[in-house]
Ligand binder design. Structure first.
Ligand SMILES: NC(=O)c1ccc[n+]([C@@H]2O[C@H](COP(=O)([O-])OP(=O)(O)OC[C@H]3O[C@@H](n4cnc5c(N)ncnc54)[C@H](OP(=O)(O)O)[C@@H]3O)[C@@H](O)[C@H]2O)c1
Length: 400
C-alpha cells in the first residue's frame, strides 16, 4: 500500500466488527433451534448462556485476529516509504490565536485528530506544546500515535541555522522529534528578519544548501521525514537532483479553484505526497492578504448544490474532494462542531464520480495566497519566479 491513501481506516474495521458481533449474538438469541440437530442445539444453548459476557470479553481482549491494526482516528492514512502513516485529515493552526489554539488542539485530539500542522511563524507553538503535553499526561494519546508537522521559517535557510530553528520548535512543542519538517517557503530572509520590509531584508534562495540542513536534521533524529511547501514542479526538479534524502511531502494551496493538476501528477510520479492547505478558502486570513472581491469558495453555488444533494456541509464536500484526489487536508478550526465535522469528512461525505467530475470543472487557477507579499521591489522574487508558472524545464534560474 506504500504511497496510497488507505481509505478504510482500522477504526472502521473495529466498529464494523463490533456491529457484526452484536448482530450475530442477537440472531442466535432469537433463533428457533428446535429444528436443528442436537450438537447445534447444545452449542446455541451454551452461546445463549454466555452471550451477555461474550461481547464485553471480546472487546476487552481486542483479539488480534479481529483487530489486526489499531489506530485511533476515523480517517484514512497515507503510508510513507518507511511504513509510517500520515493521517489524511489533520488540524491546521495558522491564525489560531495562542489563547484559542491550546483548547482547539486538546479538543481535536479528544475527537480523534492524530495529525497537527504547526509552524514556527504561526507564533503559537508554545500553546500547541502545552496542549500536547497535557494530552499525553492525561493519557488521551501517546506521542507515537500522533503525526506532528512543523516548518522552517524563511530566516533560517542557512544550513547552520536549520537545526537550531528545529530545536526551538521542538522545545516549544515539548517534543523530542517531529514527524515531518518542511521548508515553509522557497523564499529566504536575512537571519532574524521575520517579515521583510524591503528587498534589503531578502536573500536569494539556494535549494541545495537549505536542503542539506534539512537532511542533517534527519541524520540527528530530530525529524522522521522532511519535505517542502509552496514548491513548484521546477523547484522540485532542482531539489530532486540535489537531494541525498528525498522530499516526501509538498504542502501547497489546493482546492477546487486551484487544482494544480500538473503539480499533482508530477508529485505522484515522484512519490511525493501532497498536503492541501487552505482547502476551505482561508477566509479568516488577514485583511491585507484578502482582496474584497475574491470569490468565496464555501459560497460557490456548485459546491453548495452538491453539499445539499449529498446531505453534507460545503466544508465536508471541499475536504472530501481533496481526499478523493489523494491528498491529505489540514483544515484550521477553533470551533468544536467544525473540528468534528471536518474530521468526519471522509467517512460521512459520499461523492459520486459525477460529483467529482463537476467539481473538477471548477478549476480557475485562483490562488488565495498568491505570494505577492514576497515580491518586494528589487527583491529576487516575482510572482512568476515564485510559482515558476512560466519556467521552462531545465532552467533553474540563478537565484533558485
Ligand atoms: N504551508 C503554507 O504555506 C501554509 C499556508 C496556509 C495554510 N497552511 C496550513 O493549512 C491550514 C489550513 O489553511 P487556512 O488556515 O489557510 O484555511 P482553511 O482551513 O481553508 O480555512 C480556515 C477557516 O475556515 C473556517 N472553518 C473551518 N472548518 C469549517 C467548517 N466545517 N465550516 C465552516 N467554516 C469552517 C475556520 O473558522 P474557525 O476556526 O472559526 O472554525 C477558518 O475561518 C493552516 O491553518 C495551516 O496549518 C499552510
Amino acid at each position: 500500500m506504500k504511497g496510497n491513501i488507505i481509505r478504510e481506516s482500522e477504526y472502521n474495521h473495529e466498529r464494523k466488527h463490533k456491529i457484526i458481533i452484536i448482530l450475530v449474538l442477537d440472531f442466535i438469541s432469537h433463533l428457533d433451534s428446535q429444528h436443528l440437530s442436537e450438537p447445534f442445539q447444545r452449542m446455541i444453548i451454551i452461546i445463549r448462556q454466555f452471550a451477555p459476557c461474550l461481547l464485553p470479553l471480546l472487546l476487552l481482549l481486542q483479539l488480534s485476529f479481529l483487530y489486526p491494526m489499531t489506530i485511533s482516528a476515523a480517517v484514512p492514512t497515507y503510508q510513507m516509504a518507511n511504513g509510517d502513516k500520515l493521517p489524511a485529515i489533520g488540524l491546521g493552526t495558522w491564525k489560531s490565536e495562542p489563547n484559542q489554539v491550546k483548547n482547539a488542539v486538546k479538543e481535536a485530539i479528544k475527537l480523534g485528530y492524530r495529525h497537527i500542522d504547526c509552524a514556527a511563524i504561526y507564533g503559537n507553538e508554545k500553546e500547541v506544546g502545552e496542549a500536547l503535553a497535557e494530552s499525553f499526561a492525561e493519557g488521551v494519546v501517546k506521542r507515537e500515535d500522533l503525526w506532528i508537522t512543523s516548518k522552517l521559517w524563511n530566516d533560517s535557510h542557512d544550513p547552520a541555522h536549520v537545526i537550531p530553528a528545529l530545536k526551538k520548535t521542538l522545545e516549544d512543542l515539548q517534543l523530542d522529534y517531529l514527524d515531518l519538517y518542511l521548508i515553509h517557503w522557497p523564499v529566504s530572509l536575512k537571519h532574524g528578519v521575520v517579515l521583510p520590509n524591503s528587498a534589503d531584508d531578502m536573500l536569494p534562495f539556494d535549494i541545495a544548501k537549505t536542503w542539506s540542513g534539512m537532511e542533517a536534521a534527519v541524520d540527528a533524529d530530530l525529524t522522521r521525514h522532511i519535505g517542502v511547501s509552496n514548491f513548484s514542479i521546477h523547484k522540485l526538479k532542482v531539489l530532486l537532483k540535489n537531494a541525498r534524502i528525498r522530499p516526501e511531502v509538498n504542502q501547497v494551496e489546493r482546492h477546487p479553484y486551484l487544482q494544480q493538476k500538473e503539480l499533482a501528477e508530477f508529485c505522484k510520479a515522484h512519490n511525493i505526497h501532497i498536503t492541501n492547505y487552505s482547502s476551505l478558502g482561508s477566509r479568516d486570513r488577514p485583511a491585507n492578504m484578502k482582496p474584497d472581491d475574491e470569490p468565496i469558495l464555501m459560497d460557490d453555488s456548485t459546491i453548495l448544490n452538491i453539499a445539499k444533494k449529498v446531505g453534507a456541509s460545503p466544508a465536508g464536500v471541499l475536504l472530501k474532494w481533496g481526499l478523493a484526489e489523494g491528498a491529505s487536508v489540514i483544515p484550521k478550526s477553533v470551533t468544536r462542531k467544525r473540528l468534528q465535522e471536518n474530521l468526519e469528512a471522509d467517512s460521512a461525505v459520499q461523492l459520486s464520480d459525477e460529483d467529482l467530475k463537476i467539481i473538477r470543472a471548477l478549476d480557475r487557477k485562483r490562488r488565495y495566497l498568491d505570494g505577492s507579499f514576497w515580491c518586494l521591489k528589487d527583491s529576487p522574487y516575482t510572482v512568476e519566479n515564485l510559482w515558476d508558472e512560466q519556467a521552462t524545464s531545465g532552467s533553474a534560474g540563478a537565484e533558485l
